[in-house]
Design a protein around this ligand. Structure first.
Ligand SMILES: C[S@@+](CC[C@H](N)C(=O)[O-])C[C@H]1O[C@@H](n2cnc3c(N)ncnc32)[C@H](O)[C@@H]1O
Length: 184
C-alpha cells in the first residue's frame, strides 16, 4: 500500500489514523532496538497502518514466535492481510482496547512485548486510559511496551502505567518522533 493511500485514509479518518505518512525506517529501528526478540513468544502490534514496522518485526522475531496485529481501519487491514502472509502472523480488525479478549480467545495468557503506533495524544482520556490499562494488564512481567508519539503530551499518562521508561527521539521521521520504551 502506498503513501498515497495512507494520506487518503488520513483525510477520511484523520482523528483515528493520527499521521499523514507512514513512519520511516529510522523510527522503525528506534522502536525495535530495545526489544529482546530472542525472549518474545507473543508479540503484539497496535495500529500498524500500512505496515511500516511489521516487516522489520517479522525479520527480528523467532521463527516459533507469534505476531498478533490489531488494526482498527478496515482498508489497512485488508491490505495487511495480503502483504503479511506468514502463518505465525495474524491480522485482526479491531481495537487495541480488546487485547485481553483477543489473547484469551487464542489461548494466550500474556504478550511478551507490545509495539504501539496508536496516536494516544489525539484520543480522549478514557480511550487512552483503556488502551494503556489493557497493554499493562496483558503484558508478562518484564515484558516490553514500546510506543511512539510526536510530542511529550502523553508522557505522564504512560508513566502512570509503566514505572520503567526510557525516552528516545529521532528527527529522521516526518514529523520527528519520541519513542517511549517501557518495561512492566
Ligand atoms: C499513526 S498511525 C501509525 C501507522 C504505522 N504504524 C506507521 O507508523 O506508519 C496509527 C494507526 O493506528 C490505528 N488505530 C487507531 N485507533 C486504533 C485502535 N483503537 N486499535 C487499533 N488500531 C488503531 C489507525 O487506524 C492507524 O493505522
Amino acid at each position: 500500500m502506498s503513501a498515497k493511500s495512507f494520506i487518503a485514509q488520513f483525510l477520511k479518518k484523520g482523528n483515528k489514523v493520527g499521521a499523514v505518512a507512514p513512519s520511516s525506517r529510522f523510527l522503525a529501528a528506534k522502536m525495535l532496538k530495545q526489544i529482546p526478540f530472542d525472549r518474545c513468544e507473543t508479540i503484539v502490534e497496535f495500529g500498524p497502518g500500512t505496515g511500516a514496522f511489521t516487516g522489520y518485526i517479522q525479520k527480528k522475531m523467532q521463527p516459533n514466535a507469534r505476531l498478533i496485529i490489531i488494526e482498527l481501519n478496515e482498508i489497512f487491514c485488508r491490505d495487511l492481510i495480503q502483504k503479511f502472509t506468514r502463518p505465525n502472523t495474524e491480522i485482526i480488525q479491531g481495537s487495541a482496547t480488546d487485547l485481553s479478549n483477543i489473547l484469551s480467545e487464542r489461548g494466550i495468557q500474556n504478550a511478551d512485548c507490545i509495539i504501539s503506533s496508536l496516536p494516544l495524544a489525539i484520543f480522549d482520556e478514557t480511550l487512552r486510559e483503556n488502551i494503556l490499562t489493557a497493554a499493562h494488564q496483558c503484558l508478562s512481567t518484564g515484558g516490553h511496551f514500546v510506543q511512539f508519539q510526536y510530542s511529550l503530551q502523553s508522557k505522564k499518562a504512560i508513566q502512570r502505567h509503566f514505572n520503567h521508561m526510557n525516552l528516545a527521539f529521532t528527527p529522521l521521521n516526518i514529523p520527528p518522533a519520541f519513542v517511549y520504551s517501557c518495561k512492566k
